[in-house]
Design a protein around this ligand. Structure first.
Ligand code: SF4
Ligand code: SF4
Length: 406
């Protein structure tokens, strides 16, 4: 029922949703692939002055048109990311435009390009989402061994200071790499001193290959930066109680074989991402040519209603995938997906060994598997999932394996 009191119109929220052609709460926009850092692990970065990238990037008017449509179809939050978003000369203009449309703005940045003027802008017109800043190390030596830019640690700390001085909400998160793996405790202790950190900082522990498959040399380097499961597990589960609680809830809801369906996530429906050149991708990581939709000549609504729905029908054909991932009850625990497969192998349906090993180690740690067992060979998987019921204890012998045996 709609109640019209003259100046306020009350209406049923379900009615509004029914009138929307698509339901998309967040839109990711990668404003540039360029970055002022040259991080050794980065899956996307191009040099800050890269002419070809600059020539192809969406211009201000094109980004504004995308923001207009996002607001019109009911998007609540736009995540602006890169590369380094603050390299865009028109960043402040685009930010203000998005906020003027009523959109919340989630900014992913390395923090080093925050200026007093920009911090003042965030204080005056708050983004309404905590700014997310990745830290690459707790000392100049470790930080700059990752970013490869001299004095970048100083710039990062200056950016943080500017936000702190103006009480602008932000959180910090880490990227686990050999250069900083011994600094987890220091990072946690520092994060605790920050006003908006409600819990220990999260770590990105998955080191992905180049998203555009544009450099074998870089991919070889990236591969060498990957930590072994017995190094990763103690970090991701360092708040053991919270970790087990989260894992139990997740596993008891989502584990089980997914069959040959390729896309079992929200790619192309609940999550889509605009790349720096105006291609709407089904998700931020999936850059396989031909999978995207050109927003310079089309709309988000058309992509979501006419183009991307076919993704749900796509099936794997690779025999290795069908013998393993299709039958594996750990599928939801594993980061294996078409995008990861594409980055790693150039196909959409090849099991990624790096992710497979990490998932098996995690499953042993949680008591879902015994050492040496394979997720796709387990027939009593329902019983195993039952072990993850929030009411049941995970045996201590399994809990300690994450740190010792894997
Ligand atoms: S700061 Fe981020 S985008 Fe820039 S090089 Fe490092 S990881 Fe890549
Ligand atoms: S754990 Fe291995 S087999 Fe299972 S879904 Fe992941 S990559 Fe596939």
């Amino acid at each position: 029922m709609t109640l019209d009191t003259g100046y306020v119109v009350k209406t049923n929220i379900n009615k509004i949703f029914r009138q929307m052609p698509v339901l998309l709460h967040q839109l990711d926009i990668e404003l540039t692939e360029r970055c002022n850092y040259g991080c050794i692990h980065c899956y996307i970065n191009r040099p800050s002055g890269d002419r070809e990238a600059l020539r192809r990037e969406l211009d201000t008017a094109q980004v504004k048109r995308i923001l207009d449509e996002a607001a019109a179809i009911g998007v609540l939050t736009v995540r602006l990311t890169g590369g380094e978003v603050l390299l865009r000369r028109d960043f402040a203009e685009l930010y203000l435009y998005a906020r003027g449309l009523g959109l919340r703005v989630l900014i992913y940045t390395n923090g080093s390009l925050i200026t007093p003027e920009l911090a003042d802008l965030f204080a005056r017109v708050p983004p309404l989402e905590k700014i997310e800043i990745t830290s690459y190390g707790m000392h100049a030596e470790s930080y700059e061994a990752v970013t490869t830019v001299r004095d970048s640690f100083k710039d990062f700390r200056r950016g943080i200071k500017l936000l702190l001085e103006r009480r602008i909400p932000f959180l910090v998160k880490g990227m686990l790499l050999p250069q900083n793996i011994n600094e987890v405790e220091v990072f946690d202790a520092w994060a605790k001193t920050l006003p908006d950190m409600d819990s220990a900082p999260s770590y990105d522990v998955t080191v992905t290959m180049r998203g555009r498959r544009d450099s074998d040399a870089k991919n070889k380097m990236i591969e060498r930066l990957r930590a072994a499961p017995n190094q990763v597990l103690p970090v991701v589960s360092r708040d053991r109680e919270a970790y087990l609680k989260e894992m139990k809830s997740f596993c008891s809801q989502f584990l089980g074989p997914h069959g040959d369906k390729l896309f079992t996530c929200g790619a192309g429906s609940s999550s889509v991402s605009v790349d720096a050149y105006g291609t709407l991708q089904p998700c931020m990581k999936l850059r396989q040519p031909g999978m995207g939709y050109d927003l310079k000549s089309g709309t988000i609504t058309d992509a979501l209603t006419k183009v991307f729905p076919h993704l749900k029908e796509m099936r794997a054909t690779n025999p290795d995938y069908l013998a393993r991932c299709a039958k594996c009850f750990l599928r939801a625990l594993c980061e294996q997906c078409p995008a990861m497969s594409w980055m790693e192998t150039g196909t959409l349906d090849t099991p990624v060994e790096y992710l497979c090993q990490a998932t098996h180690a995690k499953a042993v740690d949680l008591g879902l598997l015994d050492l040496g067992e394979k997720g796709w060979e387990v027939s009593n998987w329902k019983e195993r999932i039952d072990r993850m019921s929030p009411a049941r204890e995970i045996p201590i012998s399994h809990q300690s394996k994450g740190e010792k045996d894997l």
